[in-house]
Design a protein around this ligand. Sequence first.
Ligand code: ISE
Length: 345
Amino acid sequence: MARQGTLQVAVVGTGKMGADHVRRVQEVISGARVTAVVDVDAERAKDVAARIDGCTAYSDPAAAMAAADVDAVLIASPGPAHEAALLTAFEHDLPVLCEKPLTPDAASALRVLEAEQKLGRRRVQVGFMRRYDAEYMKLKSLLNTGQLGRPLMLHNRHRNLASPPGWRSEMLINDSVVHEMDVTRWLLGQEITAVTVLRPTPSANAPEGVQDPQFVVFETDGGTIVDVEIFVNCGFGYQVQAEVVCERGTARIGDGHAMVTNMAGRWGGTIIQDYIERFADAYDREVQAWVDATRRGEVVGPSVWDGYAVAAVCEAGVRALEEGGRVAVELVERPALYDISRSPG
Ligand code: ISE
Protein backbone atom coordinates (compact mmCIF):
# COMPACT_ATOMS: atom_id res chain seq x y z
CA MET A 1 0.00 0.00 0.00
CA ALA A 2 1.22 3.52 -0.77
CA ARG A 3 2.12 6.03 1.92
CA GLN A 4 -0.87 7.19 4.01
CA GLY A 5 -2.38 3.77 3.32
CA THR A 6 -3.93 4.68 -0.02
CA LEU A 7 -5.02 1.47 -1.74
CA GLN A 8 -3.43 1.11 -5.19
CA VAL A 9 -5.97 -0.47 -7.49
CA ALA A 10 -5.65 -2.21 -10.86
CA VAL A 11 -8.90 -2.00 -12.86
CA VAL A 12 -9.19 -4.92 -15.29
CA GLY A 13 -11.53 -4.08 -18.18
CA THR A 14 -12.23 -0.49 -19.23
CA GLY A 15 -15.60 -0.91 -20.98
CA LYS A 16 -18.78 0.81 -19.74
CA MET A 17 -18.59 -0.52 -16.16
CA GLY A 18 -14.79 -0.54 -15.84
CA ALA A 19 -14.49 3.05 -17.05
CA ASP A 20 -17.18 4.11 -14.59
CA HIS A 21 -15.31 2.39 -11.75
CA VAL A 22 -12.05 4.14 -12.76
CA ARG A 23 -13.88 7.48 -12.50
CA ARG A 24 -15.42 6.43 -9.17
CA VAL A 25 -12.10 5.39 -7.59
CA GLN A 26 -10.34 8.53 -8.83
CA GLU A 27 -13.06 11.13 -8.26
CA VAL A 28 -15.79 9.92 -5.92
CA ILE A 29 -14.63 7.60 -3.18
CA SER A 30 -11.78 7.96 -0.70
CA GLY A 31 -8.78 5.86 0.28
CA ALA A 32 -7.83 4.47 -3.15
CA ARG A 33 -6.35 5.43 -6.48
CA VAL A 34 -6.02 3.69 -9.83
CA THR A 35 -2.40 2.76 -10.53
CA ALA A 36 -3.04 0.27 -13.37
CA VAL A 37 -5.67 -0.25 -16.05
CA VAL A 38 -5.89 -3.38 -18.16
CA ASP A 39 -7.72 -3.98 -21.42
CA VAL A 40 -7.26 -6.45 -24.28
CA ASP A 41 -7.69 -3.32 -26.39
CA ALA A 42 -4.23 -1.85 -25.61
CA GLU A 43 -5.11 1.52 -27.15
CA ARG A 44 -8.18 1.89 -24.96
CA ALA A 45 -6.12 1.07 -21.85
CA LYS A 46 -3.51 3.63 -22.88
CA ASP A 47 -6.17 6.32 -23.39
CA VAL A 48 -7.59 5.74 -19.92
CA ALA A 49 -4.14 5.58 -18.24
CA ALA A 50 -3.00 8.76 -19.98
CA ARG A 51 -5.65 10.74 -18.10
CA ILE A 52 -4.47 9.55 -14.65
CA ASP A 53 -1.25 10.54 -12.88
CA GLY A 54 0.95 7.54 -12.09
CA CYS A 55 -1.25 5.02 -13.88
CA THR A 56 0.21 2.33 -16.17
CA ALA A 57 -1.65 0.67 -19.05
CA TYR A 58 -1.48 -3.12 -19.55
CA SER A 59 -3.11 -5.56 -21.93
CA ASP A 60 -2.36 -8.61 -19.74
CA PRO A 61 -4.03 -8.78 -16.29
CA ALA A 62 -1.20 -10.98 -14.93
CA ALA A 63 1.40 -8.30 -15.71
CA ALA A 64 -0.63 -5.65 -13.87
CA MET A 65 -1.13 -7.91 -10.86
CA ALA A 66 2.64 -8.55 -10.64
CA ALA A 67 3.38 -4.80 -10.50
CA ALA A 68 4.84 -3.44 -7.26
CA ASP A 69 2.34 -0.55 -7.17
CA VAL A 70 -0.79 -2.76 -7.24
CA ASP A 71 -2.38 -3.77 -3.90
CA ALA A 72 -5.86 -4.80 -5.05
CA VAL A 73 -7.80 -5.66 -8.20
CA LEU A 74 -11.18 -4.55 -9.50
CA ILE A 75 -12.31 -6.96 -12.22
CA ALA A 76 -14.76 -5.47 -14.72
CA SER A 77 -13.85 -7.44 -17.84
CA PRO A 78 -16.43 -9.68 -19.59
CA GLY A 79 -17.56 -12.70 -17.50
CA PRO A 80 -15.63 -15.36 -19.49
CA ALA A 81 -12.33 -13.64 -18.52
CA HIS A 82 -13.07 -13.62 -14.76
CA GLU A 83 -11.88 -17.11 -13.77
CA ALA A 84 -8.33 -16.60 -15.08
CA ALA A 85 -8.11 -13.12 -13.55
CA LEU A 86 -9.39 -14.36 -10.17
CA LEU A 87 -6.96 -17.29 -10.06
CA THR A 88 -4.06 -14.96 -10.92
CA ALA A 89 -5.14 -12.56 -8.17
CA PHE A 90 -5.14 -15.50 -5.73
CA GLU A 91 -1.56 -16.38 -6.78
CA HIS A 92 -0.51 -12.85 -5.84
CA ASP A 93 -2.74 -12.93 -2.74
CA LEU A 94 -4.49 -9.74 -3.87
CA PRO A 95 -7.92 -8.68 -2.61
CA VAL A 96 -10.53 -8.50 -5.40
CA LEU A 97 -13.79 -6.77 -6.20
CA CYS A 98 -15.22 -8.86 -9.07
CA GLU A 99 -18.13 -7.53 -11.12
CA LYS A 100 -21.02 -9.93 -11.67
CA PRO A 101 -21.16 -12.61 -12.87
CA LEU A 102 -18.43 -14.26 -10.78
CA THR A 103 -17.94 -16.59 -13.79
CA PRO A 104 -20.34 -17.56 -16.59
CA ASP A 105 -21.16 -21.10 -15.35
CA ALA A 106 -21.35 -23.18 -12.18
CA ALA A 107 -18.34 -25.43 -12.98
CA SER A 108 -15.94 -22.50 -13.32
CA ALA A 109 -17.47 -20.77 -10.26
CA LEU A 110 -16.86 -23.97 -8.31
CA ARG A 111 -13.20 -23.95 -9.38
CA VAL A 112 -12.89 -20.39 -8.02
CA LEU A 113 -14.67 -21.47 -4.81
CA GLU A 114 -12.19 -24.33 -4.36
CA ALA A 115 -9.20 -22.09 -5.10
CA GLU A 116 -10.31 -19.48 -2.55
CA GLN A 117 -10.82 -22.20 0.05
CA LYS A 118 -7.23 -23.32 -0.50
CA LEU A 119 -6.13 -19.81 0.49
CA GLY A 120 -7.99 -20.47 3.74
CA ARG A 121 -9.68 -17.08 3.87
CA ARG A 122 -11.97 -14.93 1.75
CA ARG A 123 -10.27 -12.68 -0.80
CA VAL A 124 -13.21 -11.69 -3.07
CA GLN A 125 -16.19 -9.36 -2.85
CA VAL A 126 -18.60 -10.10 -5.72
CA GLY A 127 -20.27 -7.13 -7.40
CA PHE A 128 -23.89 -7.83 -6.55
CA MET A 129 -24.49 -4.13 -6.01
CA ARG A 130 -28.25 -4.14 -5.37
CA ARG A 131 -27.23 -4.93 -1.77
CA TYR A 132 -25.77 -1.41 -1.53
CA ASP A 133 -28.83 0.43 -2.92
CA ALA A 134 -30.58 2.56 -0.27
CA GLU A 135 -34.05 1.24 -1.14
CA TYR A 136 -33.05 -2.42 -1.15
CA MET A 137 -31.16 -1.87 2.13
CA LYS A 138 -34.32 -0.39 3.71
CA LEU A 139 -36.38 -3.32 2.48
CA LYS A 140 -33.85 -5.78 3.90
CA SER A 141 -33.82 -3.99 7.29
CA LEU A 142 -37.62 -4.02 7.44
CA LEU A 143 -37.79 -7.73 6.64
CA ASN A 144 -35.12 -8.42 9.27
CA THR A 145 -37.28 -6.77 11.98
CA GLY A 146 -39.91 -9.46 11.40
CA GLN A 147 -42.72 -6.87 11.66
CA LEU A 148 -44.25 -7.96 8.37
CA GLY A 149 -44.10 -11.64 9.26
CA ARG A 150 -42.90 -14.40 6.97
CA PRO A 151 -42.35 -13.51 3.28
CA LEU A 152 -44.74 -15.48 1.05
CA MET A 153 -44.04 -13.99 -2.37
CA LEU A 154 -41.57 -11.57 -3.97
CA HIS A 155 -42.57 -9.81 -7.20
CA ASN A 156 -39.86 -8.14 -9.29
CA ARG A 157 -40.02 -5.98 -12.40
CA HIS A 158 -36.76 -5.36 -14.26
CA ARG A 159 -37.01 -3.21 -17.37
CA ASN A 160 -34.27 -1.77 -19.57
CA LEU A 161 -34.72 0.83 -22.28
CA ALA A 162 -33.09 -1.26 -25.03
CA SER A 163 -30.73 -4.22 -25.19
CA PRO A 164 -27.16 -3.61 -26.42
CA PRO A 165 -26.31 -4.89 -29.91
CA GLY A 166 -25.71 -8.64 -30.07
CA TRP A 167 -27.89 -9.57 -27.08
CA ARG A 168 -29.29 -13.09 -27.07
CA SER A 169 -32.23 -14.56 -25.16
CA GLU A 170 -30.09 -16.23 -22.46
CA MET A 171 -28.45 -12.90 -21.64
CA LEU A 172 -31.71 -11.71 -20.10
CA ILE A 173 -31.13 -14.44 -17.51
CA ASN A 174 -27.32 -14.28 -17.21
CA ASP A 175 -26.86 -10.52 -17.32
CA SER A 176 -30.09 -9.08 -15.93
CA VAL A 177 -32.11 -11.60 -13.85
CA VAL A 178 -28.77 -12.52 -12.22
CA HIS A 179 -29.43 -9.52 -9.96
CA GLU A 180 -32.84 -10.78 -8.81
CA MET A 181 -31.23 -14.16 -8.07
CA ASP A 182 -28.83 -12.49 -5.66
CA VAL A 183 -31.54 -10.16 -4.30
CA THR A 184 -33.82 -13.14 -3.61
CA ARG A 185 -31.15 -15.10 -1.72
CA TRP A 186 -29.99 -12.02 0.22
CA LEU A 187 -33.39 -10.48 1.04
CA LEU A 188 -35.00 -13.74 2.06
CA GLY A 189 -31.92 -15.58 3.39
CA GLN A 190 -33.04 -18.60 1.36
CA GLU A 191 -31.52 -20.62 -1.48
CA ILE A 192 -33.28 -20.87 -4.85
CA THR A 193 -34.18 -24.50 -5.53
CA ALA A 194 -35.90 -24.41 -8.96
CA VAL A 195 -36.47 -22.11 -11.92
CA THR A 196 -39.26 -21.93 -14.51
CA VAL A 197 -39.25 -19.49 -17.44
CA LEU A 198 -42.47 -18.51 -19.25
CA ARG A 199 -42.17 -16.96 -22.68
CA PRO A 200 -44.73 -14.34 -23.73
CA THR A 201 -44.94 -13.53 -27.45
CA PRO A 202 -41.83 -11.35 -27.96
CA SER A 203 -42.26 -7.61 -28.22
CA ALA A 204 -42.13 -6.21 -31.75
CA ASN A 205 -39.27 -4.04 -30.41
CA ALA A 206 -37.11 -7.03 -29.46
CA PRO A 207 -34.26 -7.81 -31.89
CA GLU A 208 -35.03 -10.68 -34.27
CA GLY A 209 -34.93 -14.03 -32.46
CA VAL A 210 -34.61 -12.58 -28.93
CA GLN A 211 -37.16 -13.83 -26.38
CA ASP A 212 -38.02 -10.52 -24.71
CA PRO A 213 -39.83 -10.22 -22.32
CA GLN A 214 -39.53 -13.33 -20.13
CA PHE A 215 -41.41 -14.23 -16.95
CA VAL A 216 -39.12 -16.09 -14.58
CA VAL A 217 -40.29 -17.95 -11.46
CA PHE A 218 -38.04 -19.12 -8.61
CA GLU A 219 -38.94 -21.55 -5.85
CA THR A 220 -36.90 -21.31 -2.65
CA ASP A 221 -35.97 -23.68 0.18
CA GLY A 222 -38.06 -21.45 2.49
CA GLY A 223 -41.22 -22.00 0.44
CA THR A 224 -41.32 -18.45 -1.00
CA ILE A 225 -42.39 -18.00 -4.63
CA VAL A 226 -40.53 -15.28 -6.55
CA ASP A 227 -41.40 -13.88 -9.95
CA VAL A 228 -39.32 -11.65 -12.21
CA GLU A 229 -40.61 -9.82 -15.25
CA ILE A 230 -37.53 -9.14 -17.34
CA PHE A 231 -38.12 -6.84 -20.31
CA VAL A 232 -34.96 -5.38 -21.83
CA ASN A 233 -36.49 -3.49 -24.75
CA CYS A 234 -39.35 -1.75 -22.96
CA GLY A 235 -38.55 1.46 -24.83
CA PHE A 236 -39.47 3.95 -22.09
CA GLY A 237 -36.68 3.82 -19.52
CA TYR A 238 -34.89 1.87 -16.78
CA GLN A 239 -36.98 0.45 -13.94
CA VAL A 240 -36.14 -2.02 -11.18
CA GLN A 241 -38.95 -2.67 -8.72
CA ALA A 242 -39.55 -5.22 -5.99
CA GLU A 243 -42.52 -5.97 -3.76
CA VAL A 244 -42.44 -8.47 -0.91
CA VAL A 245 -45.77 -9.92 0.19
CA CYS A 246 -45.63 -11.13 3.77
CA GLU A 247 -48.11 -12.62 6.25
CA ARG A 248 -48.87 -9.27 7.87
CA GLY A 249 -48.24 -6.75 5.09
CA THR A 250 -46.30 -5.84 1.97
CA ALA A 251 -43.35 -3.59 1.17
CA ARG A 252 -42.44 -2.21 -2.22
CA ILE A 253 -39.43 -0.33 -3.63
CA GLY A 254 -38.34 1.14 -6.94
CA ASP A 255 -41.24 3.40 -7.85
CA GLY A 256 -38.70 6.18 -8.38
CA HIS A 257 -40.98 9.07 -7.54
CA ALA A 258 -38.20 11.43 -6.52
CA MET A 259 -40.12 14.42 -7.90
CA VAL A 260 -43.72 14.62 -9.07
CA THR A 261 -44.83 17.67 -11.05
CA ASN A 262 -48.35 19.09 -11.53
CA MET A 263 -48.78 21.19 -14.63
CA ALA A 264 -51.40 22.03 -17.24
CA GLY A 265 -53.91 19.49 -15.96
CA ARG A 266 -51.43 16.62 -15.77
CA TRP A 267 -49.14 15.16 -13.09
CA GLY A 268 -45.93 13.28 -13.72
CA GLY A 269 -42.21 12.75 -13.30
CA THR A 270 -39.28 11.45 -15.29
CA ILE A 271 -38.05 7.89 -15.69
CA ILE A 272 -34.29 7.31 -15.40
CA GLN A 273 -32.89 5.78 -18.59
CA ASP A 274 -29.88 3.77 -17.47
CA TYR A 275 -28.54 1.65 -14.59
CA ILE A 276 -25.34 3.68 -14.20
CA GLU A 277 -27.56 6.63 -13.16
CA ARG A 278 -30.23 4.66 -11.24
CA PHE A 279 -27.67 2.79 -9.15
CA ALA A 280 -24.87 5.42 -8.98
CA ASP A 281 -25.09 5.65 -5.17
CA ALA A 282 -25.14 1.87 -4.82
CA TYR A 283 -21.98 1.50 -6.91
CA ASP A 284 -20.28 4.25 -4.89
CA ARG A 285 -21.24 2.58 -1.60
CA GLU A 286 -20.17 -0.84 -2.90
CA VAL A 287 -16.70 0.27 -4.02
CA GLN A 288 -16.19 2.38 -0.87
CA ALA A 289 -17.12 -0.62 1.28
CA TRP A 290 -14.58 -2.75 -0.60
CA VAL A 291 -11.79 -0.16 -0.24
CA ASP A 292 -12.51 0.43 3.46
CA ALA A 293 -12.64 -3.30 4.25
CA THR A 294 -9.49 -4.00 2.24
CA ARG A 295 -7.58 -1.26 4.05
CA ARG A 296 -8.67 -2.84 7.35
CA GLY A 297 -7.47 -6.24 6.05
CA GLU A 298 -11.05 -7.59 5.88
CA VAL A 299 -13.41 -8.91 3.19
CA VAL A 300 -17.11 -7.99 3.31
CA GLY A 301 -20.18 -8.23 1.09
CA PRO A 302 -21.30 -10.88 -1.39
CA SER A 303 -18.92 -13.84 -1.39
CA VAL A 304 -17.64 -16.38 -3.89
CA TRP A 305 -20.29 -18.72 -2.44
CA ASP A 306 -22.95 -16.19 -3.46
CA GLY A 307 -21.36 -15.96 -6.91
CA TYR A 308 -21.31 -19.74 -7.25
CA ALA A 309 -24.90 -20.21 -6.04
CA VAL A 310 -26.15 -17.57 -8.49
CA ALA A 311 -24.14 -19.16 -11.35
CA ALA A 312 -25.93 -22.44 -10.63
CA VAL A 313 -29.32 -20.68 -10.68
CA CYS A 314 -28.40 -18.97 -13.98
CA GLU A 315 -27.57 -22.35 -15.50
CA ALA A 316 -30.92 -23.76 -14.38
CA GLY A 317 -32.63 -20.61 -15.71
CA VAL A 318 -31.06 -20.90 -19.16
CA ARG A 319 -32.07 -24.59 -19.33
CA ALA A 320 -35.61 -23.70 -18.29
CA LEU A 321 -35.70 -21.03 -21.01
CA GLU A 322 -34.39 -23.34 -23.70
CA GLU A 323 -36.09 -26.62 -22.76
CA GLY A 324 -39.24 -25.39 -21.00
CA GLY A 325 -40.58 -26.73 -17.70
CA ARG A 326 -39.21 -26.52 -14.18
CA VAL A 327 -35.48 -27.04 -13.69
CA ALA A 328 -34.08 -27.89 -10.25
CA VAL A 329 -30.95 -26.08 -9.01
CA GLU A 330 -28.06 -28.31 -7.93
CA LEU A 331 -25.62 -26.89 -5.34
CA VAL A 332 -22.66 -28.45 -3.56
CA GLU A 333 -22.69 -28.21 0.22
CA ARG A 334 -21.77 -24.72 1.46
CA PRO A 335 -18.17 -24.79 2.79
CA ALA A 336 -17.52 -23.56 6.34
CA LEU A 337 -15.51 -20.59 5.00
CA TYR A 338 -18.78 -19.04 3.82
CA ASP A 339 -20.88 -19.56 6.94
CA ILE A 340 -21.46 -15.86 7.50
CA SER A 341 -21.74 -14.89 3.83
CA ARG A 342 -25.52 -14.77 3.84
CA SER A 343 -25.71 -12.15 6.56
CA PRO A 344 -26.72 -8.59 5.52
CA GLY A 345 -24.22 -6.63 3.47
C1 ISE B 1 -26.54 -4.69 -16.67
O1 ISE B 1 -25.38 -5.45 -16.94
C2 ISE B 1 -26.68 -4.50 -15.20
O2 ISE B 1 -25.95 -5.00 -14.40
C3 ISE B 1 -27.90 -3.77 -14.81
O3 ISE B 1 -27.98 -3.58 -13.42
C4 ISE B 1 -29.10 -4.56 -15.29
O4 ISE B 1 -30.28 -3.88 -14.91
C5 ISE B 1 -29.05 -4.73 -16.79
O5 ISE B 1 -30.16 -5.47 -17.22
C6 ISE B 1 -27.76 -5.43 -17.20
O6 ISE B 1 -27.67 -5.51 -18.59
